[in-house]
Design a protein around this ligand. Structure first.
Ligand SMILES: Cc1ncc(COP(=O)(O)O)c(C=O)c1O
Length: 379
């Protein structure tokens, strides 16, 4: 029997693809030791400090829980991620209906974009910043309006207010900001939220919350003043908890926003192994505090060394430092020649800057030695 073909005149030879994603660049990840080895660098020992990963691996309890859970990998993860959501709610002192869990902060930013951004709408951010916001906006056919960060690398909230219009669906506040490390304070953030229209969602991205310890840095989950219908906070297990490879993060916000994210996310997107590791990590506040202390110490040593070498890094508040040597790519290339891979900030909107992750104490020593060699080689 002959099948009758559907008679639609096709003007192209392939499948229909939304024009919104024409020319969409792929997510640009920090260069890894694996990437360098693939280019033949295997003979040298390289240290990867380009992705702001925690340097210590998972917490011991998380490793044990993940190993045990993998024995049940034939079973689907818990539907709705209820146990981790309940334990996070308890840990954070909020109602469980205000908590969503997803496959990394990147996954949750994607879901917020799908849930909130129509074709022709816009988002407001600062530059340079985490580039997933603008990429995900583009996928939805939305545009990005942006203004430079302040001199200290923090989001310029006053300038952002000027960019908001009736089509603005999301304003991001990356706090501390990646890659510059600057922070906005509690009162200015509250004043900003007061001034944002009720129909615009404020996403406070606190991927580096655990590392930020300055007085005045807001805790937008514990502080009830931030519990507003149009505010949501993002945190992740990828950084201070050392679980970047397992992909698990969470949002805390109004029930309306959390419900919207849960509608668009896929049911089993966080694996059972990731859920087990995250649940085992949460109670170990001592291990978290130990790692935060080590980071603060390494950060201080790196600032001193960079100052001594004449680079004037911005004041850091997370697990990385930011400097503007003029040509971020050239700086990264020269430092890689000394064995350290760091992240030029061009993909995040600042070709003049470079970001260096704070490693373990030994890695900090290695970084300082490599920086010193690099400077000596060029003088
Ligand atoms: C500011 C910021 N937000 C979110 C993320 C997403 O992290 P993940 O998807 O690993 O949870 C990152 C990762 O580097 C980040 O820097």
């Amino acid at each position: 029997m002959k099948m009758s073909s559907v008679s639609i005149e096709s003007t192209t030879s392939g499948p229909y693809i939304r024009t919104a994603i024409d020319d969409l660049p792929p997510y640009s990840a920090g260069r890894s030791v694996r990437d360098a080895a693939g280019e033949g660098a295997a003979a040298r020992t390289l240290l990867g400090l380009a992705a702001n990963e925690g340097p210590y691996g998972p917490f011991p309890a998380a490793t044990a829980a993940a190993a045990k859970q993998i024995e049940n990998a034939n079973l689907y993860p818990e539907s709705g991620f209820r146990s981790l959501r309940r334990e996070l709610a308890e840990f954070l002192g909020v109602d469980v209906a205000r908590v969503a869990v997803g496959a990394g902060g990147i996954g949750l930013i994607h879901h917020l974009s799908v849930a909130l951004l129509d074709e022709g709408s816009n988002i407001v951010t600062c530059t340079p910043t985490f580039h997933a916001y603008a990429l995900d906006a583009r996928k939805q056919g939305a545009t990005t309006r942006t203004t430079p960060v302040r001199a200290d690398g923090s989001y310029d909230l006053a300038a952002m207010l000027e960019l908001i219009d009736e089509r603005t669906r999301i304003v991001y506040v990356c706090n501390p900001n990646n890659p510059t490390g600057g922070i906005v304070g509690r009162q200015e953030l509250l004043d900003f939220i007061d001034a944002v229209p009720a129909s615009t969602t404020v996403v406070v991205d606190e991927a580096y919350f655990e590392y930020a310890r300055s007085a005045g840095y807001p805790d937008t989950i514990a502080d009830a003043a931030f519990a507003r219908p149009n505010v949501v906070t993002l945190r992740t297990f990828s950084k201070a908890y050392g679980l970047a490879g397992l992909r698990v993060a969470y949002l805390v916000g109004s029930e309306a926003l959390i419900g919207a994210v849960q509608k668009v996310q896929s049911n089993y997107e966080v694996t059972s192994v990731a859920l087990a590791a995250a649940r085992a990590s949460l109670p170990d506040t001592e291990e978290l505090a130990r790692r935060i202390e080590l980071n603060a110490d390494g950060r201080r040593r790196l600032v001193e060394a960079l100052d001594r070498l004449g680079f004037e890094p911005l004041e850091p508040h997370a697990n990385f430092l930011y400097l503007r040597p003029g040509d971020g790519k050239a700086f990264a290339k020269a430092l890689e020649a000394e064995g350290i891979i760091v992240r030029p900030a061009n993909a995040m909107g600042d070709p003049s800057g470079v970001r260096i992750t704070v490693g373990s104490p030994d890695q900090v020593t290695e970084t300082i030695e490599a920086l010193t060699r690099m400077v000596n080689a060029s003088s």
